[in-house]
Design a protein around this ligand. Structure first.
Ligand code: URA
Length: 192
């Protein structure tokens, strides 16, 4: 994907829809590119589509997505005001973790999404997003809730909502981290 230059987010979407560069598209119903405000100041990056997402072609529409919606809404953030996507754009079989070569193949699409959307803060949901975008060695316990600046963009690792569904005690951390993302956005807006 790297040598190709895109002129718009729509062109990136078209390329992702046609992409057959890794094995993940086999057995899926389609591509889950991402959705939301194309000029969002907050981007949210999960791991990869699950069954519901694959069926509907939209990110985070299953149980984990409903939880994410609730946590966002508690901070006054609607789905429409942010941009939600995943590290990989096709559903991994049996919802397994995407393999390193699949992540590496798909990552340019995500980087082009960053390029056109130009978010100020990126919330990284779960270790797949953290490993792909911040630190391949990171453990969640060490990095969650800590804002890290990379090329003028603030990255914030937090628990994946699916992990919160499995372990409800983690919810408070996800809530705190979404609140921190919102505060950071306010602080950045005040500086402008
Ligand atoms: N889990 C993810 O990582 N992404 C989705 O879109 C849905 C569930």
């Amino acid at each position: 994907m790297e040598p190709i230059r895109f002129a718009s987010l729509d062109e990136v979407r078209d390329a992702a829809m046609r992409c057959r560069r890794c094995r993940l598209w086999e057995g899926t119903q389609g591509t889950v590119f991402g959705e939301g405000d194309p000029h969002a100041r907050l981007m949210i990056v999960g791991e990869g589509p699950g069954q519901r997402e694959d069926e509907q072609g939209r990110p985070f529409v299953g149980r984990a997505g409903q939880l994410l919606d609730q946590v966002l809404e508690a901070q006054g953030l609607s789905r429409q005001s942010v941009y939600i996507t995943n590290v990989v754009k096709h559903r991994p079989p049996q919802n397994r973790t995407p393999l390193p070569d699949e992540v590496a193949t798909c990552l340019p699409i995500l980087r082009w999404q960053f390029y056109f959307i130009r978010p100020k803060v990126i919330l990284l949901l779960g270790l797949s997003a953290v490993h792909a975008l911040l630190d391949p060695q990171a453990t969640m316990g060490r990095v969650r809730g800590q804002l890290v600046e990379r090329s003028g963009v603030w990255m914030l690792p937090t628990y994946h909502p699916a992990a919160v569904l499995r372990n409800p005690g983690l919810r408070v951390h996800l809530e705190d981290d979404v609140a921190l993302a919102r505060k950071k956005l306010e602080e950045l807006a005040a500086q402008q």
